[in-house]
Write a protein that binds this ligand. Structure first.
Ligand code: ATP
Ligand code: MG
Length: 317
């Protein structure tokens, strides 16, 4: 069965779940879209939309589910921040109009902005091009206790750069370093880099928002027709669409070669935005639950000090 072909029967009443049960459900749910070992990965086995139709009567349930996830995420982020040891890097990659921006906005809506850092990576600047491809991303890795979000990332180096090889020619690499093995070499460098980050307490999870070509067309037309959305659209986006097949091949090869148990890819069905957001928040809860998160405990000396301060405050006139 293709991944994510969910039946609508036996819905779990999530409102009544304990925090632990909610996280167990989130893990089970997000696992369907998780690629931990990419060896046998084939993109065609993953759907862009789920098999059940959500009617208008399901809207409150969908909203409620996302809200519960967002609340749980906010609570866990508070501990992540207080503990100040782990950090989480969320990477978003997708074709245009797949909903990266909206997903980030909604999923992170409950999170304390102090503990969250978002960076969008556009075409590299002249200064970026004077460095290795990781350079500009290294500067924006999340500090301990933070959630970092990369809206596009170093993965563009095996996506847009692979689809448009003239970009690679412009990268000023020494000629003898550019061989037909370059993509395999980049995959290896990325795997090693993410392993290195993991060993330093920076956990990386990656989301590919898997959109159908038809749904992209609908969203592009909406961006042209709706004046408030005109700013989101450019002719360049439409040009990239004409390379759809090459992009899908590049995504498939990327996921195959850079999915690891510790830094998995989630192939998120993205044709329904609300569903995609629930998958994403579930995967984040899963990743945070793997960390041994707890509020720092005050030492005996610290407790004595706090009690002394309290006593002094209470004694004030
Ligand atoms: P939206 O989904 O709203 O269109 P976006 O992330 O596509 O947002 P844009 O400003 O439209 O933002 O596009 C950024 C462009 O920069 C993308 O086409 C992307 O492929 C390109 N880009 C990002 N990193 C690199 C890179 N390393 N080399 C070349 N191009 C890159
Ligand atoms: Mg764009």
């Amino acid at each position: 069965m293709a991944k994510g072909n969910q039946k609508k029967s036996n819905p779990v009443n999530i409102s009544t779940l304990s925090k632990k049960e909610l996280i167990e459900q989130a893990k089970k749910f997000s696992n369907q879209y998780c690629v931990g070992n990419g060896d046998k990965f084939r993109l065609e086995e993953y759907k862009t939309s789920v098999n059940f139709d959500l009617g208008p009567e399901d809207k409150p349930l969908v909203k409620k589910t996302l809200q519960l996830g967002v609340n749980a995420l906010a609570a866990m982020q508070d501990i992540l921040y207080a503990q100040d040891k782990w950090s989480l890097l969320l990477i978003f990659q997708a074709m245009d109009a797949a909903g990266k921006d909206g997903a980030i906005k909604h999923v992170m809506s409950g999170v304390n902005p102090q503990g969250c850092q978002v960076f969008s990576f556009k075409a590299p600047s002249a200064e970026d091009m004077d460095h290795d491809f990781m350079w500009r991303c290294l500067k924006h890795l999340p500090e301990r206790g933070r959630i970092g979000i990369f809206n596009r990332s170093y993965y563009e180096e095996v996506l847009v750069v692979r689809v448009h090889e003239q970009i690679l020619e412009g990268q000023k690499l020494p000629k003898k370093l550019v061989s037909k093995n370059i993509w395999k070499e980049r995959f290896k460098d990325i795997r090693n880099f993410e392993e290195y980050l993991g060993r330093n307490g920076i956990i990386v999870i990656k989301f590919f928002l898997h959109l159908s070509k038809d749904e992209q067309k609908k969203r592009f037309i909406e961006r042209v027709d709706n004046p408030d959305k005109n700013w989101k659209f450019s002719a360049a986006d439409a040009r990239e669409r004409s390379h759809w097949k090459e992009y899908m091949n590049a995504y498939e090869d990327m996921i195959k070669n850079t999915s690891t148990e510790k830094s998995p890819w989630y192939v998120v069905p993205a044709d329904k935005k609300s569903y995609a957001r629930i998958v994403i928040v579930s995967a984040i809860l899963h990743a945070l639950d793997e960390m041994d998160l707890e509020y720092p405990k005050a030492s005996k000396e610290k407790m004595e000090e706090l009690q002394a301060v309290k006593k002094a405050l209470l004694a004030e006139q």
